[in-house]
Ligand binder design. Structure first.
Ligand SMILES: [Zn+2]
Length: 324
């Protein structure tokens, strides 16, 4: 019997390695939904004055132009605010072309949801247009540590589509909250607490009941657990701060289409609690990291980026929960 179990485990390990090794090849890029533009999709209207260009729910690719997160803009009476600088100079420029179709007003602020490449690498374009770049103070740490590496990686993927992209400094940071006025519309930048990466923030537009959640919230693709993601803290932030605030609002997640709170709750909190419960059982039974990679995550298997992330996520949660 013991031999049989071991054999099964070895077989599973082998098939897992195969999936991990071929993960990139398996991750097919769906056809660009907006071929006329570097953007993956054309911005859609979320509320009266809020528009969002919903990014691909896959990894960065040449085909999606690095547009794999949501790039949102809010139009006030005197100025425009953009959420996320985008992955590249050209992507930012393409978003600006779309904004100009709706308003001649200047983009006064660009708010980065965190310090990740697809939030910050297009900032150079916006700075050149005179916009002020704002991020959470913790995002600066990530930019200092990972910014150049991220630029190099994107350069390799986007090739000539990365032309003009540079790493520029953030103009202003905040800690807990910051209020901005676009003329007739006020916007609140909110730090709910630790989530998926350093410096995650959300942007709230009270007059439109829209919460641009950033990478606090996911749907349609699997969320990533990074080596420094603390899922216990992410859940604490979710239960204590994010959920009470976000309930009843229109949510633009960091990844996936705009939706309601219940939907992002299901695919974000629901997933984190699901994997953590499985890992807790494994730890109780004296299971190993190898076992964590095999955890059954089939309820989430239909989500994009599942092949690349599921086993990795479980492994990282296992390694963290050993010490919780
Ligand atoms: Zn993201």
């Amino acid at each position: 019997m013991k031999q049989l179990i071991n054999f099964t485990r070895i077989f599973k390990t082998l098939s897992l390695s195969f999936v991990l090794a071929s993960g990139v090849a398996l991750a097919d890029s769906p056809a660009d939904k907006y071929p006329e533009s570097v953007l993956y999709t054309k911005p859609v209207q979320i509320s009266e004055n809020v528009w969002s260009a919903i990014g691909a729910t896959q990894y960065y690719s040449y085909e999606n132009g690095g547009h794999n997160n949501n790039l949102t803009f809010i139009i006030g009476d005197s100025a425009v605010l953009v959420v996320n600088g985008g992955s590249s100079y050209q992507l930012a420029e393409a978003l600006h072309q779309e904004i100009k179709k709706h308003t001649p007003l200047p983009v006064k602020y660009v708010v980065d949801e965190n310090g990740q490449s697809h939030a910050i690498l297009g900032n150079g374009y916006w700075k050149a247009q005179g916009a002020e770049i704002i991020a959470h103070e913790e995002a600066l740490e990530e930019i200092e540590e990972q910014g150049l590496q991220g630029l190099e990686t994107l350069d390799g993927i986007l090739k000539e589509r990365a032309k003009g992209t540079t790493l520029v400094s953030i103009d202003q940071t905040f800690d807990e909250k910051m209020a901005l006025d676009l003329g007739g519309i006020s916007v609140e930048l909110i730090r709910f607490g630790p989530a998926h990466s350093l410096g995650d923030i959300s942007v709230y537009v009270p007059s439109e009941n829209v919460l641009i959640a950033g990478d606090m919230a996911f749907q349609q693709r699997l969320l990533p657990v990074f080596p420094d993601t603390d899922t216990a803290e992410w859940l604490e932030t979710w239960h204590n701060e994010f959920a009470p605030f976000a309930a009843g609002k229109i949510i633009i997640p960091g990844h996936g289409e705009a939706t309601d709170f219940e939907t992002v709750d299901k695919w974000t909190r629901g997933y984190l609690e699901y994997v953590r419960a499985k890992v807790a059982v494994l730890l109780e039974e004296g299971g190993s990291l190898e076992d964590a990679y095999q955890i059954d995550q089939s309820p989430y298997a239909h989500l994009d980026t599942f092949e690349q992330l599921a086993a990795k996520n479980a492994g990282r949660i296992f390694e963290a929960m050993e010490f919780e």
